[in-house]
Design a protein around this ligand. Structure first.
Ligand code: AMP
Length: 472
């Protein structure tokens, strides 16, 4: 690539954030967030990024990459200047939302930094108003950011940092032209930080066209990835679904992301798992945004055990504490395999990646071995024993409140109704997600019915609400 190669620092280098010369308030905040040492990708990229140099970093979701660029862009930001100084382009709305959440967390010790997300599927008008109210940082998808530029709602002349997050996926999704259009409107002296899990040819072209002598960092194999335990199982076409059920009963993961190669396979597997008494939902391309939000809310709040997804539909999902990934079908593309298994075992947690392969998929397994430079370890299906603990049930149940942002409901109102009014403890309540018209609240399984009855009988934000249980 003609780019200086700088393999990740090893553990001989200090991994403390103190060595970076960060703002003391930020350092304090990192300690409060429990970020005690840098992750390998942070150790490898922060010195370069903080020095203002362009950077190409190879990093998976879960490696701590958001903080790697987030800390760098925050350090350069002038809170008193009310203009967009950093732009982060992401492939999907979900990822943009997660990046915005993480950047806000990292910024909370600094003066009133405004982060605005600009993604499709939402009216332009509200986004325009947020921009007019002043934004320091914009996080968005290329198409929508381009729209705002074209209409003159967004100006990038004060931009100091441009981040391309999951650049390979943005290219996969056909965003190249949009990225080029947006990048051309950024000041030429800005810093560009590019994060990508893989380096297809398009990335090199993008870098040549828009980056200035970028440093390249990769995290040596075996650091981030070693926390993922990969197990392969030989199956036949007719036994595949049954083996998925046996794996779930054997390992009993709280949250499993199961990948299939086709939408039909996803639907069939979900039907099978539901018949077997598992709590499983499917995520595939054609779901409406509303259905997609509902499925993701139920999986993220641990009230659904298994999410069965195609690769395309799963893009950008970032579910913390994903205990297992199951490759129900082996993907013919080894890079996709690495993306899939990278969803588990994040930020220091250990994860389980289980792959099912029939004879006709052994060629694909061979390609994966070559790509990972790792022989696969095979286990016997016969050794999978049910634990005898009864069906695998998710720890939480989702209550759906018919009412959301339109009714001015906020998470605190729901929490108040359940704790102060209904007398539940904070620990019995899980994630609360408020969308435009509806609110999802996770509660512990054993109080679900009672919680629903109490909410239906009581009030949220001074008003009666209608509440139902989802998926039970
Ligand atoms: P990311 O790869 O940016 O999606 O980050 C994955 C997760 O790791 C996020 O939940 C972060 O909050 C968390 N994280 C990032 N950096 C650190 C760190 N240095 N120590 C502990 N957790 C971290």
């Amino acid at each position: 690539m003609g780019i200086h190669d700088n393999p990740a620092m090893t553990n001989t280098t200090t991994r403390s954030f103190d060595t970076l010369g960060l703002n003391p308030a930020t350092l304090d905040n990192l300690r409060q967030l429990g970020y005690l040492t840098m992750t390998p990708i942070q150790a490898a990229s922060l010195p370069t990024a903080l020095a203002g140099k362009d950077l190409i970093a190879q990093a998976q979701t879960g490696s701590g990459k958001t903080a790697a660029f987030g800390l760098a862009l925050l350090e350069r930001l002038n809170p008193r200047r009310f203009a967009v100084q950093a732009l982060v382009l992401c492939p999907t709305r979900e990822l943009a939302d997660q990046v915005a959440v993480e950047v806000r967390r990292l910024a909370r010790a600094l003066d009133n930094i405004k982060v605005v997300t600009l993604c499709g599927g939402v009216a332009l008008r509200g986004q325009r108003a947020s921009l007019e109210n002043g934004a320091h940082i914009v996080v968005g998808t290329p198409g929508r950011v381009m729209d705002h530029l074209a209409r003159g709602y967004l100006a990038l002349d004060a931009l100091t940092t441009l981040v391309l997050d999951e650049a390979d996926r943005m290219l996969d999704m056909g965003f190249l032209d949009d990225i080029v259009t947006v990048t051309k409107q950024c000041p030429p002296e800005r810093q560009t930080l590019l994060f990508s899990a893989t380096y297809p040819e398009g990335i090199e072209k993008l870098a040549k066209q828009f980056m200035r002598s970028p440093e390249q960092v990769t995290v040596a194999d075996g650091t981030a990835k070693s926390l993922i335990e990969q197990r392969f199982y030989e199956v036949t076409r007719p036994t595949r679904f049954e083996v998925v059920a046996r794996l779930l009963n054997h390992f009993r993961p709280v949250s499993t992301l199961a990948f299939c190669n086709t939408k039909q396979q996803c639907k069939d597997l979900v039907t099978y798992l539901q018949q077997q008494g598992f709590s499983a939902l499917a995520l595939y391309g054609e779901l409406e945004q509303r259905e997609r939000d509902q499925v993701l809310a139920q999986f993220a709040n641990r009230s659904t055990s298994v999410l069965v997804a195609t690769d395309v539909a799963s893009r950008g999902i970032d579910i913390k504490e994903l205990s297992a990934v199951i490759n129900v079908d082996i993907t013919p593309d080894p890079e996709v395999h690495v993306h899939r298994i990278g969803r588990t075992g994040r930020a220091g947690e250990s994860g389980l990646a289980l792959s099912l392969a029939a004879m006709y998929e052994m060629g694909a397994v061979g390609k994966i071995e070559q790509y990972q430079k790792l022989p696969s370890t095979w286990y016997k299906v016969d050794e999978l024993t049910p634990t005898g603990k009864g069906p695998l049930l998710p720890p939480m149940v989702t209550l759906q409140i018919l009412g959301g942002r339109k009714e001015k409901i906020r998470p605190g109102d729901v929490l108040g109704a359940l704790t102060a009014d209904a007398g539940f403890s904070r620990e019995q309540i899980g994630k609360i997600v408020v969308t435009e018209f509806t609110t999802f609240v996770a509660v512990q399984r054993d109080i679900a019915r009672l919680a629903m009855d109490k909410l239906n009988a009581g009030k949220v934000k001074g008003k009666s609400v209608r509440v139902r249980l989802l998926g039970t």
